[in-house]
Structures are given as C-alpha cells and as structure tokens.
Design a binder for this molecule. Structure first.
Ligand code: ZN
Length: 362
C-alpha cells in the first residue's frame, strides 16, 4: 500500500464537556487511516513507544501493540487480525478507519455499543452431524466433539439461569440454512457455533466473526464484489466483535493453546443471523497434540466453562444485565486479563457517528 494523496481531512467534534475530540483522517490507497498518536490521545493510552517496526501504547491493563505492514494487532494482550495492515503515513504509523470503528472501538468501549440487546438466551450450534462427520482425528470426529462441548455448555448455562437452544441435540444432519432459521426465531439471544479445525501444519485456537461490509473474508483468496453485500449479521458488527473478544479471551487464557487470533469470515451461520454470533475453532484435529487435547473430556468441559464465562463477560461489557437469576448472582468471576473496560449501562441519546466521538476517561 502506497501513500498516494498528500492531504488530510480534520474532523472536530465538540463535546458537551467543551473538550474537542479530533480525528485526523489520512487517505492511503483510497482508504482512510488515523495515526497511532491520534488513537492514543483519544483513548488516553499514553505515549506511543516505537522500536523499529514495532509499537506499543499502554496505561495500566489497557494496551495496544502491533507492527508496521502487519495485520496482527494486540488489544490488552489478545490477538486480533486487522482487515488492513498498519501503514506508514508521513513517518507515522496509522490504522485504518475500518479497523478503528469495527475492532478497536467496540473492544475498548463495549458499553458504548448502540442497540445492544439484553441477553437471556444462548443458541448453541454444534458443527456438522449425521453423514457430515467434519474433521477427523485418530481419536474421533469433529461432529461428535462439537456435540459433546455443546451439551456440556448447555448444562452450565442453564445452571447460570440462561435459556438455551441447541440447533442439534443428537447426531443428525442439519443444513446451514436451517441452523440460521433456528437462530432467527429468537431475540435477546447470542449464537455460538462450535467447530474444530483441520489442515496443514495448523495448531491452536481461532475465533471467527462476520466480516463488516466491504471487508474481504480471511478465508477468501482476495476481495470479491460480494464483499459489499449487506448481510443480515452486519447490523450487529459491534456486538459481534465484542462477543468474539469475550469468547476468544476466555478460551485463550484458560487453555493456553496457541493464539491464532480473532478473524473475519462470511460463514453462513454467522452471516445470515439477526442476533450477535461467533464461530469457535477449538483446536486442530489434524495436529496430534491438539487432537489429544480435544479428545480429553476435561478439555471439552473447559471449553464449556469458557463459553459460559464469555457470555457473562459479554453481557457485563455491553451493559445488558438481566440481573439476579433464581436468587443467585448471575455473573461469574472476571476473566484473568480483562478484555474490556467496563462501565455500567448502555449510553443512549448520543448521535450516530461514523467514528468514535468521545475521548476515553479513566
Ligand atoms: Zn467444522
């Protein structure tokens, strides 16, 4: 990507407090970027420290870290795959406006997400089933492992007071469209699809969330015209990213498996649903070490407890509490590395804006 247009547009938002929050947009290859210094100032993350191509900015437990010309990006220690690489502009490193609005903002300030519904129902989707066995390992097949994880998760979620719906509760084949039809019968709900990976020398965990409109899928060879179609799930871009963050953080911290990061795709089950959704790849059945782990009931139980923790962390982070359930507190312990800054309540009555408009406060 090359620095093509030597101009920038300054945008000022005057806040109720009287402070001016300014985003300066740089055009690079037809795309808008903001500098890391601008990010740091806005989110109050201190000075940007740079060593060659690497950079960090951090205050307390909140941090951003990455590398020039790379899509790998760490927020509070958790790995994200940006849609566009960190780019150099006028001797400064910059992040795309798309990644600012679709990754950084919902992760750093989930309580600002507009329209996040209260959550009382979880739709659990066990990948594959019936004649579709999914990936295979010497110890078993993906269809059986996903069903087992989902059953274990259902038990934990019900204990915590959630309503739980399974797209399949036994070893039957359910089409992808039928899975989304089931999900779309519910509101105040989250959709969590469980899969295991296969292929190449791959190892570790990855979590998929729907690619925003215009962003190429990381499963495709490159951009496609259909990337610009508005999908049902795109109304929940911010919620999707917050849910992916909560889910991936919980899985990575507890399992200590290799972190492949949060990725973008347009899988049918996360594309065609009207509720926030995420697709977990809980390890590679084609990798012997991963496969041994997945074959252990203790690992699958741990995945279940991570999914429970993720749903609670998501709910707390977006501020959509359902309160006490059956006389017990419905929220469990916080994750070891908090992926979110939490603050109570969903803010309302703010104007819709394209990029974040209020400076972060500690
Ligand atoms: Zn699968």
């Amino acid at each position: 990507m090359r620095w093509t247009l030597p101009f920038f547009i300054a945008i000022f938002f005057l806040l109720a407090t009287g402070r001016a929050a300014e985003w300066t947009l740089y055009k690079v290859g037809g795309r808008d970027f903001v500098t890391l210094e601008n990010l740091s100032e806005f989110y109050n993350l201190g000075s940007v420290r740079r060593a060659n191509n690497d950079f960090t900015m951090a205050i307390g437990q909140r941090s951003l870290r990455g590398t020039a010309n790379s899509v790998e990006f760490y927020i509070n220690g958790l790995k994200f795959n940006l849609s566009y690489p960190i780019t150099e502009v006028d001797g400064k490193l910059a992040v795309s406006r798309m990644d600012l609005t679709k990754v950084i903002e919902p992760v750093l300030r989930p309580s600002k997400i507009k329209g996040a519904e209260k959550v009382d129902t979880i739709i659990l989707d066990a990948g594959h089933g019936g004649h579709d066995r999914g990936a295979l390992s010497p110890y078993g097949c993906e269809a059986d492992f996903t069903l087992d994880v989902v059953r274990r998760t259902r038990a934990l979620l019900m204990q915590a007071g959630f309503k739980v719906v399974l797209t399949r509760s036994n070893d039957t084949f359910i089409s992808l469209n039928e899975r989304t039809r089931i999900a779309n019968r519910y509101t105040n709900a989250l959709f969590i699809s469980v899969h295991f990976n296969s292929g190449g020398a791959g190892t570790g965990l990855e979590t998929y969330t729907l690619a925003p409109r215009g962003v190429p899928s990381m499963m495709a060879d490159g951009p496609r015209v259909s990337d610009f179609d508005q999908c049902a799930g795109n109304v929940n871009d911010a919620q999707n990213m917050a849910l992916a963050t909560a889910t991936h953080a919980s899985l990575v911290v507890r399992s200590r498996m290799f972190d492949r990061g949060i990725k973008r795709a347009r899988f049918v089950v996360i594309r065609d649903i009207a509720i926030p959704g995420v697709l977990i790849e809980g390890g590679f059945l084609s990798n012997l070490d991963d496969a041994k782990l997945v074959a252990m009931p203790a690992y699958r139980q741990q995945m279940a407890s991570c999914i429970l923790q993720a749903t609670m962390n998501y709910r707390r982070a977006v501020g959509s509490q359902i309160g006490e359930v059956a006389g017990r507190k419905s929220d469990g312990p916080r994750v070891e590395i908090p992926p979110f800054r939490t603050s109570p309540g969903i803010t309302s009555g703010e104007p819709e804006v394209v990029i974040p408009t209020a400076p972060a406060t500690n």
